[in-house]
Each structure stands twice: as structure tokens, then as C-alpha cells.
Design a protein around this ligand. Structure first.
Ligand SMILES: Cc1cc2nc3c(=O)[nH]c(=O)nc-3n(C[C@H](O)[C@H](O)[C@H](O)COP(=O)(O)OP(=O)(O)OC[C@H]3O[C@@H](n4cnc5c(N)ncnc54)[C@H](O)[C@@H]3O)c2cc1C
Length: 541
């Protein structure tokens, strides 16, 4: 019997039907909706308001080889290098070759990127860490907002798309033939469960940054898509690889505001408490080394000096330039009394991006029929062990559009009357159902544990300790009656934490975002592979 998060019987619930169901309203979900035929009816679920997503927060930009001195091949080379030997080359090839087309498409939807100051007919191309060429198109330092605002405007104007805010997908409904027929969902406004049936379901629910105490991700990023897929018997992969952003503002009032890589791309230097520029001691590319290297170097410098943070110095640029180039960052820092043109910015690394997720093929297809995934929820294999900066918004676009193409063949005659009945598994109600406060305490324990023991530097002993704690938490909540969104999020987070830790224990080497101080070297002979997990167990492929 399938294990669902809640007891239910679809016969007893309100039902909604559409040709396509999309979970999530970030760049991947919204662009996919726009790229699907307008002949399809589409239901889109999103956990909060439509504009609450990682996508909207994206600052730096989108990578695309537009310069005459650049090419998709150069972009591919940089992506493969950052990915540390385990990128899926076919997927990367698709990404870099379809990039420009998708950028033209979103410009057609009204997205405005900054123009080259010398030649207004060209887009301005910025540089970010580990890119060998200038290829980051941006809209100031609020690229995600500009892209999402314009795409959402276009989507809400489409008559075939029904947007359902504050409706949370809880579990996939997979029939006896192993085909996904939609989801069980919870309507937070009406406080009731509903069924969303569809011929195909597309998961664009983002990543799971909220598993960590320090993260740049918003509260909606609890990995629901990956957890639902696992419970439904689908494959997850690369859960061992989590990316930590090197430069997140370190301030008592804020633990999640990102200081974009573009600031280092523009010449900012990393300094320790004594004012020493320390990156030349760690890597030949200095501040522009790959993200994992910079994060580990900061972490190591913090450990060595006993400091809680390091500093980012962009004081070599004048105020007028900084206000224009980084308006959001400038104003945010100023609101905390930090003037970028005069003061160092206190920073520390924080969780930022999940390389792992639902295993997908070249058209967003997953191991479950009629179920697709794109964006950060998916693992297309393009990022390998470490994502190259500004490749993720692009991934959402490229693979979202590919699902749109594939869907033309998949949306067929699955009519309303063919939808099967689903009944949730019985749970025994725990005698001492947890209070909201207890749930929050458990969530806090989990986040601190993941940050401390499953973070930037890992060891066998600490991972095993973390696994024992997570399993104890899992036992504690196994009979929990899931009558609140926090309880459901906790179930998903505990499920994914266990998968991340198990994969991290298994991988006895260091590669990309996964660094083991007890196995500090990359070991291609034994570990040039992916760890795939399902309910049935773990496989190396
Ligand atoms: C601060 C920050 C800056 C970044 N800067 C860049 C950058 O410059 N360039 C770049 O390429 N990448 C950047 N990234 C990464 C990039 O933004 C994300 O990887 C990308 O936006 C993911 O898009 P998505 O559509 O897959 O998911 P998201 O944008 O995270 O959207 C997920 C959506 O799913 C919804 N959802 C989640 N669970 C459920 C559920 N159970 N039911 C219904 N809905 C659900 C959420 O509410 C949300 O609408 C940045 C990320 C952050 C946090």
C-alpha cells in the first residue's frame, strides 16, 4: 500500500480537473504554463501568493553565451568544470544550445534586461564566479523579479490557466498502472483537502533550502516535490550535493539576504577580521573560484580566526556606481547602516541551492509516468556536483519549454470519468499529538543539525550522529496526524534530511558541494557516479 501523509478518500473530497496540473509558480512553473498549448486547461497550485518563490529573489542573472567571443561550447566547458566530473553532458548540451532561444522568448514576453552602455542594441554581459567569459544577462540586481513579474503578467492573462494561491500539493496520486493522475492538495483558505486530477502533472515546486538554519531560500522551499515523489515510489538523485553560497549578509536582523556573486564579479575582495585578503592563499582564481571553494575557504578562515563572519570589500567603487549597479543590495545594506562605498559587508556562507532532486530526463520526464519535473525540484544532471552560477534560472526555462513540447503528445483522452478513486493509508492517531510549539522546536532542531553536521564540511562521525538524530525525529513524528501545514512540512523535511545524510555517508570522497574532511580528495575510480534513492533502496549509477 502507498504511504500518504494524510488519511483521505477521493470520493469524499471536492475534485478539480484539468489537462495539466503545475505545482509551483516560480520561473519553471510559470514559463512551462506559457509554453504549453493554449488549448490545454491548466491548474497551477502555489503555496503562498504567486510571487513568493526563490525565482523572484534571484539577483545575479541568467547565463547565456551571446558575446561574439563566447559560444555554447565555452559555456558548456565552464558548466562541466564547475560540476566536478559528474554532469550529464547531454543535458548540459541541451542547456547551452537552447539558452539563447529561450532568452529571446522571454524578451518577447516583455522581460527587460540591462543594455550595454556603449551599444544599446546589445545586452550588458556581466561576469560571475567560474565563468570564463562575460555572459550573465541581468536586470540590475533584481533579475528574478523582473523575469517573474513579466512572465506572471503574461500567464494570468491566459484564459486557459487557473491560478490557485495558498493551495499546497500534499501527495501524488499514482494509480495501479504506476501513472500519476494528479495530487491530493490542501486549501489553506478553505481549510480543507481537495483533489486535483490531471492528464499530466508537472512539479516545479523548487528546492529544500529550508532544511538549513542559514539559507537564502524563502519559507516555501521545504522540498515537497521531492518528498512526494519519494513517497509515491519515484527516483531522487544527487541528494548528497547541496550548494552553500559564500556571501550571505551576516546580521543579527537578517540571516538570509544574499550578496550576489556579481559583486565579486565586479571586483569585490574577501577580507578577514584583520583586513587581510585571504582568497589568494586558497585558490588561483581568488574571489572568482568556484562557489564551493570560496564557501569552504571562508568557512576555514572563520574556523582558524574564531570569527563568526568574514568581510566583503567593494569600497574601491564609488557610491553612484554601486547605487546604480546594485540598487537592491545597496539599499538593503544601507538600511542596516552599511554603506557599500565606505564599509565592509559582513558575510558568512549559507545554504543556497539543491543540486539533487527528482531524477529527470531530457524532457523533464521522471520515473513515474505522466509526472514531470523542472526547475530546482528536478535533477536534470546539468549541475553535477556543483551548480555554475546563473545556470538555474536558465535550467527552469530550457527544460520547462521542453516539457511544453512533450506534453503535446501526453495530454490525451484521460477524461474526468476515467480518474480512479484513491484512499489514503490509515494512521493511528498519536496519543499525545504535538503542539505547534513542539513542531517548531523540532523544525529548529533539524535545521541547526543540518547546518552544523551536514553542511560545508562533513565527516563520517558527524554524519552518523546527524542520522541518528534524524531517525529519532522520524520515529517521534511517524504517527503524527498531519492537520497543519507545519506538520506536513516537517514530515517532508525529515524524509529528505535522511536521504541527504545517507547519501553523504555513502559518498566517501570530496566532490563539488560535498566535502568530507575525512576523505578530502576526489576519487574518480570509485565515485564518478550518481547516488539514486527510492523507497526500495539506494543504487549507484
Ligand atoms: C536569493 C537567491 C538568489 C538567486 N540568484 C540566482 C541567480 O542570479 N541566477 C540563477 O540562475 N539562479 C539564482 N538563484 C537560484 C534560482 O533562483 C532558483 O534555483 C530558481 O529560481 C528555482 O526556480 P523554480 O521555479 O524551480 O522554483 P522556485 O522559484 O523556488 O518556485 C517554487 C514554487 O513552488 C511552490 N511550492 C513549493 N511547494 C509547493 C507545494 N507543496 N504545493 C504548491 N506549491 C508549492 C512555491 O510556493 C513556489 O511558488 C537564486 C536563489 C536565491 C534564493
Amino acid at each position: 500500500m502507498k504511504r500518504y501523509l494524510v488519511n483521505f478518500d477521493t470520493d469524499q473530497l471536492e475534485k478539480c480537473y484539468s489537462d495539466v496540473l503545475i505545482i509551483g509558480s516560480g520561473i519553471a512553473g510559470v514559463y512551462t504554463a506559457l509554453e504549453l498549448s493554449e488549448n490545454f486547461s491548466i491548474n497551477m497550485l502555489t503555496k503562498e501568493e504567486v510571487e513568493i518563490s526563490n525565482s523572484v529573489l534571484a539577483q545575479g542573472g541568467i547565463a547565456v553565451s551571446l558575446d561574439k567571443n563566447d559560444s555554447p561550447e565555452e559555456h558548456m566547458k565552464d558548466t562541466l568544470y564547475a560540476g566536478a566530473g559528474i554532469c550529464d553532458e547531454e543535458s548540459v548540451d541541451v542547456l547551452v544550445h537552447e539558452a539563447a532561444d529561450n532568452i529571446h522568448k522571454i524578451c518577447h514576453y516583455g522581460v527587460q534586461f540591462d543594455k550595454n552602455e556603449k551599444d544599446n542594441s546589445q545586452l550588458a554581459l556581466g561576469r560571475e564566479a567560474a565563468h570564463s567569459k562575460n555572459r550573465i544577462i541581468h536586470a540590475g540586481d533584481a533579475t528574478g523579479k523582473e523575469v517573474c513579474d513579466k512572465l506572471i503578467q503574461n500567464m494570468v492573462a491566459r484564459k486557459n490557466v487557473s491560478l490557485h494561491e495558498r493551495i499546497w500539493a500534499v501527495d501524488l496520486l499514482v494509480d495501479e498502472q504506476g501513472e500519476c493522475r494528479g495530487v491530493l492538495a490542501y486549501d489553506e483558505t478553505e481549510k480543507k483537502y481537495k483533489v486535483f486530477y490531471a492528464a499530466i502533472t508537472i512539479c516545479a515546486s523548487g528546492g529544500y533550502g529550508q532544511l538549513y538554519y542559514y539559507t537564502t531560500n524563502p519559507e516555501v522551499a521545504t522540498g515537497d516535490g521531492a518528498a512526494m515523489t519519494y513517497r509515491a515510489g519515484g527516483e531522487l538523485t544527487d541528494m548528497d550535493f547541496v550548494q552553500f553560497h559564500p556571501t550571505v549578509l551576516y546580521h543579527e536582523k537578517d540571516r538570509s539576504f544574499l550578496i550576489s556573486e556579481a559583486v565579486r564579479g565586479d571586483g569585490a575582495l574577501l577580507r578577514n577580521a584583520s583586513g587581510e585578503r585571504f582568497m589568494p592563499r586558497y585558490h588561483e582564481l581568488h574571489e572568482l573560484a568556484p562557489r564551493d571553494v570560496v564557501s569552504r575557504s571562508i568557512f576555514s578562515e572563520m574556523k582558524k580566526t574564531g570569527e563568526s563572519h568574514m568581510n566583503l570589500d567593494i569600497t574601491m567603487k564609488d557610491r553612484a556606481y554601486l547605487e546604480k549597479r546594485f540598487p537592491t543590495i545597496f539599499q538593503k545594506c544601507l538600511s542596516y547602516g552599511i554603506d557599500l562605498s565606505k564599509d565592509y559587508i559582513p558575510i558568512a556562507p549559507a545554504e543556497h541551492y539543491c543540486m539533487g532532486g527528482i531524477k529527470t530526463g531530457l524532457y523533464g520526464n521522471t520515473s513515474i509516468k505522466r509526472f514531470y519535473a523542472c526547475g530546482e525540484a528536478a535533477c536534470t544532471g546539468i549541475h553535477g556536483a556543483n551548480r555554475l552560477a546563473s545556470n538555474s534560472l536558465l535550467e527552469g526555462l530550457v527544460f520547462g519549454r521542453r516539457i511544453g513540447i512533450q506534453a503535446r503528445e501526453m495530454v490525451d483522452s484521460v477524461g474526468e470519468n476515467k480518474m480512479p478513486r484513491f484512499v489514503g493509508q490509515e494512521y493511528t492517531k498519536a496519543a499525545d499529538a504535538a503542539t505547534d510549539q513542539e513542531i517548531q522546536t523540532m523544525q529548529d532542531t533539524l535545521k541547526r543539525l543540518m547546518t552544523k553536521k551536514v553542511g560545508i564540511v562533513r565527516t563520517q562521525a558527524e554524519l552518523e550522529e546527524a542520522l541518528a538524530t534524524v531517525r529519532a525525529l522520524k520515529e517521534q513524528i511517524k504517527d503524527l496526524v498531519n492537520d497543519s501545514l507545519d506538520k506536513m512540512a516537517l514530515q517532508n523535511e525529515v524524509l529528505l534530511a535522511e536521504q541527504i545524510i545517507q547519501a553523504a555517508i555513502l559518498r566517501k570522497e570530496s566532490r563539488g558541494g560535498h566535502f568530507r574532511s575525512d576523505f578530502p580528495n576526489r576519487d574518480d575510480e570509485h565515485w564518478k557516479c550518481h547516488i539514486i534513492v527510492t523507497k526500495e533502496g539506494t543504487e549507484m549509477r
